[in-house]
Structures are given as structure tokens and as C-alpha cells.
Ligand binder design. Structure first.
Ligand SMILES: [Ca+2]
Ligand SMILES: [Ca+2]
Length: 201
């Protein structure tokens, strides 16, 4: 288990340091759906992340089963990525309190942090691992939160595509993907801890 988690993490980092965005398939042979999963090339708003995915024919990730939740955790949140925070597709932007996946898939499975979603100050956009990244001693890995988008809350998005994008875009920010990932993880967390007056929202 530890070995597979380590290898998965190693694979993730080996791929993420590639010059183009990296994508990992959830194989049908492993009980998956055959779709491909990756990250936006930089932190951005939820809507920007959804548009990024749409440009490749996909959406922000729709986590519709415990197995898919486990795949996402293993792929994006294991090992040194345990405090990574990312957008997921669930949102109630259209109708307050009525959560849907941006892909249109049914909300058949949820994994909210206890007491979430709470619409604190008008939150409509799903993030994964928010509370665990804030305090791993109090909150479980991989749980979901509804958060605000923009106004200092920009994150990478986990995207889900029906096919591998053969022409993934180069990073658009001033730094390479690895640098953006590192800087946003380190400084994003510092900024959040410094400025968020309600860090458990
Ligand atoms: Ca809301
Ligand atoms: Ca919330």
C-alpha cells in the first residue's frame, strides 16, 4: 500500500514536471471509467478552471463514487501533496443550495467535510481537501468544501477529460508548471492563513 502510494506520487511528480500538462488515466481495467485526469496549468478561479477543462472537451472533475474519490486522492493528494487544495466540479452557482456537477452527472455520491457545504458568505464552488490542508490534525484528507472563487481564492483545478489531450497547452503564467505549483502551494497557503478571517469556511 505504502509502496503503491509512493510510486503513484512519484509518477505524479514525474509527469507534472513535464513541459506540458500531465494526465493520468483511470483505466477501465482497474475498475475506472477510462477518463483522463490532470490539473490546470496554474491557480485560477473556478469558472476559469471549468473553461480550461471545456477547451479539451471535459469539465472539472465529477467525483461520482467512492472509488473515484479514492482514485483522486491517490493521484493528487498522496504523500507530499497531502495539503494540496483544488477545485472540483460540484457547485450551486445556478441555484443556491442545489448542488450539481459541471459535467451534468448526477450527484450520486458526496464527501463533504462535516458541517459543509455551509454557504459561508455566499460560497458556491467546490474544493477538495480545503480543511485538511488548513489543519490535517482536525480534518480528514480529501473532504469537500464549498468556497468562494476569486478575491484571493484561486486554486488549481482537477480536470476530467474523456480522452487524452494530445495538444495540451504550455503554461501561461510567467513560471513553469512546477514553479507555479510550488509557489502557489507555499505562498497560497501562507496568504490564506494570513488573510482569511474565517479559515474554516
Ligand atoms: Ca452556495
Ligand atoms: Ca464552506
Amino acid at each position: 500500500m505504502l509502496k503503491s502510494a509512493f510510486l503513484s506520487n512519484l509518477t505524479f511528480w514525474a509527469l507534472i514536471t513535464a513541459s506540458k500538462a500531465a494526465y493520468i488515466q483511470w483505466p477501465v481495467a482497474s475498475g475506472g471509467n477510462g477518463n483522463w485526469y490532470g490539473l490546470t496549468t496554474s491557480p485560477m478561479s473556478w469558472n476559469e478552471a471549468e473553461s480550461f477543462a471545456a477547451a479539451f472537451g471535459g469539465h472539472l472533475v465529477s467525483i461520482t463514487s467512492a472509488d473515484e474519490q479514492a482514485f483522486v486522492e491517490t493521484t493528487f493528494l498522496s504523500g507530499g501533496n497531502a495539503q494540496f487544495v483544488a477545485w472540483i466540479g460540484i457547485n450551486d452557482g445556478a441555484t443556491e443550495g442545489s448542488f450539481t456537477w459541471s459535467s451534468g452527472e448526477a450527484v450520486a455520491f458526496t464527501n463533504w467535510t462535516p458541517a459543509e457545504p455551509n454557504d459561508s458568505l455566499g460560497e458556491d464552488y467546490g474544493v477538495i481537501n480545503w480543511h485538511h490542508a488548513y489543519d490535517p490534525t482536525l480534518f480528514s484528507l480529501g473532504k469537500w468544501n464549498d468556497a468562494q472563487s476569486g478575491a484571493g481564492q484561486s486554486y488549481f483545478g482537477i480536470i476530467e477529460l474523456p480522452a487524452h489531450p494530445n495538444s495540451a497547452p504550455e503554461p501561461t503564467a510567467c513560471c513553469a508548471l512546477t514553479g507555479c505549483f510550488f509557489l502557489s502551494t507555499v505562498f497560497g497557503r501562507r496568504r490564506k492563513l494570513k488573510t482569511d478571517t474565517n479559515p474554516k469556511d
